[in-house]
Design a protein around this ligand. Sequence first.
Ligand code: SF4
Length: 62
Amino acid sequence: MKYFVNENCIGCGLCASLCPAVFTIGNDGMAKASDEKTPEDEIDAAETAKENCPVGAIEQVK
Ligand code: SF4
């Protein structure tokens, strides 16, 4: 499983603070998701970030 941040991101930083292993804030101030497969032990944190993103910008990719 991987995640993807879509164009709705407003750069609030919540995902990067909840799950820094998967989400980082790029030079443009917007979040990016790791290209790597999400480690099993990071999935709960990544799901929490996805559920709490205020604009629903985090999508799950198979
Ligand atoms: S929580 Fe959502 S809006 Fe905030 S930085 Fe992450 S993807 Fe962007």
